[in-house]
Every structure is written in C-alpha cells, then in structure tokens.
Design a protein around this ligand. Structure first.
Ligand SMILES: CC(C)(COP(=O)(O)OP(=O)(O)OC[C@H]1O[C@@H](n2cnc3c(N)ncnc32)[C@H](O)[C@@H]1OP(=O)(O)O)[C@@H](O)C(=O)NCCC(=O)NCCS
Length: 170
C-alpha cells in the first residue's frame, strides 16, 4: 500500500467532506472543515491519498490565546481522521508529522489539540503544557499543547479563543 501525503487541493474538497462524515459518524466535523475554509481560518489542510483515493485528512486552523497582557497566536489541530478501513497503519501519524512540519514552515509556534490522550503525546503534545491554557471545551488529559518553537508557552497563561465555526461544538 502506497500512501502519499499532500496539501489538500480544491478538487479534494468533496472527498474530504465525505471522509470526515464517515470517520466521525456525523456531519459536524465535515461541516466544520468547510466553515473554517470559507471563513479563512485554515493554515494547513493535508490529505493522505492511497491508490487515488483520499483516506486521511488533517486540518490546522488559527486561533488566539488571550492573556492578561497580550494576544498569542496559535493553531489548533482539528479535525483529523483516517478512514475506518485504513486506521492503525500509521497514516494518522504521517498526517500529524507532515502537518506539524507545514505549520513549522509557516512560522507557527504553538499548536493545541483536544483529542486522544494515547495518540498525540507521541508527537510531543503535552497535557502539562496546556494546563495554563483555558479551553472552552474543558481540560484534563485530552487537552494538550505543543511548542513548535521551544519555550513559546513560557509564562503564557490565558484563555483560548477558537474561531466561530467551533461554536457548533459548545
Ligand atoms: C485517531 C485517528 C486519526 C488515528 O489514525 P490512524 O491512522 O489509525 O493512526 P496511526 O495508525 O498512525 O496510529 C495508531 C494510533 O491511533 C490511535 N487510535 C487509532 N484508532 C483509534 C480509536 N478508534 N480510538 C482511539 N485512538 C485510536 C491509537 O493511539 C493508535 O495507537 P496504537 O495502534 O499504538 O494503539 C483515527 O483512528 C481516526 O480517524 N479516528 C476517528 C476520528 C477521530 O477520532 N479523530 C481524532 C479526533 S481527536
């Protein structure tokens, strides 16, 4: 099986919507992807392609951390998915690695994620690092942050403001 990871193209959009719906079992994440695109919040959107079929997708969108003294720019990893028939074969990991590299190249310094606590730490995400960041979706071990530039969250304590398309999850 040969899998290639590349930037989402306009003609991939329909397949990306369907893949999100199938993988999450609902249209909420699929519509979130469309809304983030339409509203211009997307930083990185990559797909995994296998034999001409889109089998994985990852998206990073811009958000802000509001501290008492400043606004810190960051990105959120959400959503990401791999087709149920293709899971546990390393495709999700390839998407995360490629996506983080693309974010790094764009100059992003901080990434936050709300997700599987046994998956994201292997890429450097840490719940400890996210403890001083207040998420509208709650905290705990599923709420994690990653510094693409070491030390970027030093002394940062504040509230994370997701863009409006995420209101569908509140
Ligand atoms: C999470 C997901 C993107 C991982 O993709 P993947 O291609 O299976 O990932 P990889 O093969 O690179 O890595 C496998 C790891 O993913 C995690 N994982 C895979 N399927 C999972 C599931 N159903 N539930 C929780 N974690 C899962 C596990 O940590 C697994 O590690 P392990 O095999 O050592 O136990 C994929 O399972 C998926 O699309 N799930 C449904 C949608 C979803 O939950 N998206 C993430 C929201 S935070």
């Amino acid at each position: 099986m040969t899998v290639s990871i590349h930037q989402e193209q306009q003609h991939d959009r329909k397949a990306v919507w369907k893949l999100n719906r199938i993988s999450f079992g609902s249209e909420t994440e699929a519509n979130l992807v469309n809304d983030l695109r339409t509203d211009g919040f997307v930083s990185v959107s990559h797909v995994a392609e296998c034999d001409g079929r889109i089998v994985g997708h990852i998206l990073f969108s811009r958000l802000q951390i509001m501290t008492a003294v400043e606004t810190v720019e960051a990105v959120s990893l959400a959503p990401m998915c791999v087709h149920p028939d293709f899971q546990r074969q390393g495709i999700g990991s390839q998407l995360v690695n490629a996506g983080l590299e693309a974010c790094r190249k764009q100059g992003h310094k901080v990434v936050v994620v709300l997700g599987h606590s046994d998956f994201y730490p292997r890429f450097g995400f840490s719940a400890e690092l996210a403890k001083r960041l207040e998420s509208p979706f709650g905290g705990g071990d599923v709420w994690m942050a990653l510094e693409l530039v070491p030390g970027s969250l030093d002394g940062i304590k504040g509230r994370v403001e997701y863009p409006p398309p995420f209101d569908a999850f509140k």
